[in-house]
Write a protein that binds this ligand. Sequence first.
Ligand code: FAD
Length: 406
Amino acid sequence: MYKPHIVILGAGYSGLMTATKLQKLLRRNEADITLVNKHDYHYQTTWLHETAVGSLKPERTMIPIRDIINQDKINFVIDEVTMIDEKNKKVKLLNQELSYDILVVGLGFEAEAITNPNLNENIFPIGNLNNARVLREHLEYNFAKYANEEEKNAARINIVIAGGGFTGIEYAGELADRIPELGSEYDVERTQVRIIIVECESTILPGCKQEFVNYAMNSLESRGVEFIMDAKIVESKQDRVVYEKEGKRVEIPAKTIVWTAGVRGNSLLEKSSIPTVNGKVEVKSDLRVPGYDDVYVLGDCALITNPETGRPYPANAETAIASAGIAARNIKAQINKKALLHFRSRKKAIIASLGSSDGVAISLNGRQHFGWRATIMKKLYLNRYLLQLGGIHLLMKKGRFNFFHM
Ligand SMILES: Cc1cc2nc3c(=O)[nH]c(=O)nc-3n(C[C@H](O)[C@H](O)[C@H](O)COP(=O)(O)OP(=O)(O)OC[C@H]3O[C@@H](n4cnc5c(N)ncnc54)[C@H](O)[C@@H]3O)c2cc1C
């Protein structure tokens, strides 16, 4: 009997969910499954902005992968993927090479700025747990240095956020709440600290309703966040960031540029011969790569077109989780030579937190929610994910139940 080797790359939202679905769907004699991830833990990217400002301990976002998977069915390899060789159906890792019959790529995203030579000093992406820890340490170090220096260097406590999309807004809200605490810890007056969002569009949260945008801006402005709209960051140097607006170049002294603008798929895909657009693969509606019926690409590495709008589904955790469900069922169908399903994502709620006790949300029925209601919604969504991934045990261990104070 045909017993394929399924290799899943990445244990983020899409990869780990694919693995847990497959362990339920397939019997041991139907397939060999290998899951590869850089670390022995899964982390919840949706909480990273809290880790990056220091309001949430990294351990809270980490879930040991061995606690989630059935190791009788899944061979878990802790290693770094270095190359995808889809022509020879092989994957190179730092320490070994794997052959596959079916490949699932769920390697997540990378910050665009990293590859731009003008934008690689003082740029801090929030792409993974280690990035988030580096940013938190950098912030605290600069507060401490500022408090200690005789000639004050404002660049140490000016924090520029590149991008006013969901991640930038969530980070700004969390940071605005954290600054008073940091200030009292390091003897820095709140009024001296600047948090500046630089956005290239004329609005933050592009695509959202005006009421939603106005609420978010007012909430952040009331806590001292500044907005510079229609401006593009073009350069970052050791002590400053430069943006262009209406044809003029303007400098802000800043040692911290938090990069939340411009995200691309994992660069390993660009290095393969699979065609990519901004590092992402335009997959078919069954989530396979055109021309490679044995390769599924999911989550932030994939561009999945919504047939109703003709535009890609948003790159977020919801899409990543939903794509994992379809990929797992399609892999089973492929093994059993049955028809494959098409990916359709139902309308999802939109939620952005604006700090520990404020937020904006649009629920499935289109109703808008502001303030603590939105923060509760976000926590309920996160808890639902934990329940889906690891059942009640994981929910009780890692769930967020501090609904009224955080
Ligand atoms: C700060 C922040 C807040 C967010 N908030 C929300 C939110 O509220 N709601 C929402 O829906 N979405 C949110 N998102 C977006 C969401 O987190 C992503 O869309 C989602 O994580 C994508 O899932 P994924 O499976 O594609 O990748 P990821 O979850 O990023 O997983 C990728 C995995 O691959 C591993 N990996 C990467 N490279 C290698 C390699 N070379 N070798 C081995 N392993 C590797 C990583 O360690 C990781 O485990 C947020 C993102 C950020 C950054």
